[in-house]
Design a protein around this ligand. Structure first.
Ligand code: PLP
Length: 378
């Protein structure tokens, strides 16, 4: 199989897998127990927290908190819950119109309860309308939530610059970034980004599914969505998913090493060469976000009047995995919201997304291009 859908999910790294299996199989204790069979797990969870903190340059010694959740969807929902409950009425929040549904859908709910929401648009390259963002901030703006990397196009938003300007206008406005698609692809530094909350998901950087991270900056109040036991510093109740958390820690260690070695550049070289060949074979195609800063692994391409959904299935019959739109949206049969927001021309909007990993080779890309040409030219 040629797997080119790494923005949907990634293959678990073999070292991460072995760590998880070992915990599941041998160390099944409860970290809240008092005896060593439990407390050893507490230590292992702390080690995982330290690995995540290193990945995003959080400073736990100075009060920054790393909370493990069940997924990025929970982390995103928790931030909104914490800032907007118990009464969202009259509060103002700002989001981009191209966020993941785990932000946009809860926001629709809060909007229905009286929260004022400003959606910031993007241009045809996927670049955020900074002027609108900054002019929308008022003294009632409690939160700005902007993803670090767009899942469909790979476009990177300049959170560092936005956050500086937002805080200069209203220093009380909290800033959240959904960094799910950034981990393992670009350096993440919460201090430079100047964010109060940040979300990650284990399965997007070669960790297990069903485990996420929420970073909360030192001193920022946080109200838990899940009430119950005292786990996660009273900020996220529920017995810890020990094996997944510890495995995620290992994945964070590996992602940090990947970003800080030449590996991400190798992915970019492969992706750029693939794009060159795509453009030369299909001059009538459109790569979305091509003129914006993008992460190293993502190509979102529309072929004139070619239906991306059909193309995905045809490629699948050759054992090639790519996607059309986000994995979560691909069941909806609607053209991608992100491309709609980018005002993609109708004949190109049913695009495909090809997202590479460090495991892909030139041979994978050659085979993909060969099959793609056969299918489209037929
Ligand atoms: N945020 C972004 C940008 C994503 O791409 C995804 C998954 O595709 C999520 C959030 C949700 O992640 P999870 O599946 O861990 O809930």
């Amino acid at each position: 199989m040629i797997y080119l859908d790494n923005n949907a999910t990634t293959k678990i790294d073999h070292r991460v897998y072995h760590k998880q299996c070992e915990i599941l199989h041998k160390y099944y204790g409860n970290p809240s127990s008092l005896y060593p069979f439990g407390t050893a797990l507490k230590d292992a969870i702390l080690e995982a927290r330290i690995q995540v903190a290193r990945l995003i340059n959080a400073d736990m010694k100075n009060g920054d908190r790393i909370i493990f959740t069940s997924c990025a969807t929970e982390s995103n929902n928790s931030v909104l819950f914490s800032v907007l409950q118990p009464n969202a009425q009259g509060k103002h929040i700002i989001v981009t119109s191209v966020e993941h549904p785990s932000i946009l859908n809860p926001i629709s709910y809060y909007k229905s309860t009286g929260c004022n929401v400003t959606y910031i648009d993007v241009d045809s390259d996927g670049i955020l309308n900074e002027e609108k963002l900054l002019s929308s901030i008022t003294d009632k703006t409690v939160l700005v939530s902007i993803m670090l990397v767009n899942s469909e196009t790979g476009v990177v938003f300049d959170i560092e610059r936005f956050a500086k300007k937002i805080k200069a206008i209203n220093k009380k406005t909290l800033i959240h970034t959904d960094a799910v698609q950034a981990a393992g692809k670009i350096p993440i530094d919460v201090k430079k980004l100047n964010v109060d909350f940040l979300t990650l998901s284990g399965h997007k950087f070669n960790g297990p599914k069903g485990v996420g991270v929420l970073y909360i900056k030192s001193g920022i109040p946080f109200h838990s969505m899940l009430l119950g036991g005292h786990q996660e510093f009273n900020l996220r109740a529920g017995t810890e998913n020990t094996s997944s958390i510890i495995a995620l820690g290992e994945a964070a260690r590996l992602a940090f090493d990947r970003v800080n070695s030449g590996q991400i550049n190798n992915i970019k070289v492969l992706r750029d060469s693939m794009e060159k060949q795509l453009i030369s074979s299909f001059p009538d195609s459109l790569i979305f976000g091509k003129n914006a800063q993008r992460v190293c692994n993502t190509t979102n391409i529309g072929f004139k009047n070619v239906d991306g959904d059909k193309l995905v299935l045809q490629l699948a019959s050759y054992n090639i995995c790519v996607s059309s739109g986000t994995a979560c949206d691909s069941l909806s049969a609607q053209p991608s919201n992100v491309l709609r927001q980018m005002q993609a021309p109708e004949e190109y909007i049913r695009s495909i997304r090809v997202s590479l990993s460090h495991e892909n080779t030139k041979a994978d890309i050659d085979y993909f291009l060969k099959i793609l040409k056969c299918i489209i030219n037929k």
